[in-house]
Ligand binder design. Structure first.
Ligand SMILES: Cc1cc2nc3c(=O)[nH]c(=O)nc-3n(C[C@H](O)[C@H](O)[C@H](O)COP(=O)(O)OP(=O)(O)OC[C@H]3O[C@@H](n4cnc5c(N)ncnc54)[C@H](O)[C@@H]3O)c2cc1C
Length: 226
């Protein structure tokens, strides 16, 4: 049977598997051997008191096996698709629009004024060392968008708009730590974000989508109402 619990634990009880099992079995008044798996659903830290503790919400599999459900994304091969969508910018909005297009079987074609996430780093170094701003490649412009070289905090209050969990799952699918799925204040980290962005780009290209860097949209040509 699967039991849902809410439990308050010390950090060492949360992160050491054996300690977690011991604490949960005490909490449920069950022998450890009967617990097959503890699946953490939500984890938040309470630093208002000493000692600092964690609030956990978890599913405990008692006398029941646990089967991990892998996140699957149906990114289709769109190489020869006649349906295409032009996306301006490869910030979070552009990249996720492209991933969504792949799921719909539509070919995404991205135009990005800045450079790829790795090359962009060189322009940031020049900016920091010499104070010279490249107007097309800087902290705001370039692959990954505005926050790429800043932090990578992922929490949002706008939970009513869109499927936040699915976004986090897509980030995990492309290399983010699984902990972001359960942490109350998920965080990727500036050091890890560029690889993740590159992995999303590789996904788009491997499915037949296109990304063009150094390609700034300057105008839209409309002919015969199109
Ligand atoms: C310093 C900083 C730190 C941040 N930290 C966080 C954080 O920790 N967590 C968080 O959730 N949010 C953070 N944000 C906010 C977050 O970065 C933005 O909400 C997010 O980037 C918006 O995504 P977007 O795709 O809409 O736009 P942008 O990220 O702005 O992406 C737009 C993209 O379009 C490109 N572009 C623009 N004009 C053109 C054009 N004419 N032709 C072609 N390409 C073009 C740009 O180069 C850019 O890549 C931070 C923002 C900044 C500036």
């Amino acid at each position: 049977m699967k039991k849902e619990i809410q439990i308050s634990l010390l950090p060492e009880q949360v992160f050491l598997e054996e300690e977690l099992l011991k604490s949960v079995s005490l909490f449920l008044k069950l022998e450890k051997e009967r617990i097959n798996h503890i699946e953490i659903i939500k984890r938040s830290i309470d630093a208002r008191r000493t000692p600092i503790n964690y609030q956990l919400k978890a599913h405990v599999y008692v006398d029941e096996d646990f089967t991990e459900v892998e996140n699957t994304f149906n990114y289709q091969n769109v190489e020869n698709s006649s349906d295409f969508v032009v996306i301006i910018g490869s910030g979070p909005a552009g990249l996720f629009a492209a991933l969504q297009a792949l799921e719909f079987g539509v070919k995404p074609i991205i135009f990005e004024r800045g450079k790829d996430v790795r090359t962009r780093r060189k322009d940031l170094a020049i900016l920091n060392k010499e104070g010279v701003v490249n107007p097309e490649s800087n902290y705001c412009f370039g692959e990954g968008g505005a926050g790429t070289y800043s932090d990578g905090k992922l929490y949002t209050r706008s939970k009513k708009r869109g499927n936040v969990k699915r976004v986090l799952e897509a980030l995990v699918y492309h290399g983010a730590d699984k902990n972001i799925l359960v942490d109350a204040h998920p965080h990727i980290g500036t050091n890890k974000l560029p690889q993740l962005i590159a992995s999303i780009r590789e996904q788009i290209i491997s499915c037949g989508g296109e990304i063009h860097f150094d390609s700034k949209m300057t105008d839209i040509a409309i002919e015969s109402g199109k």
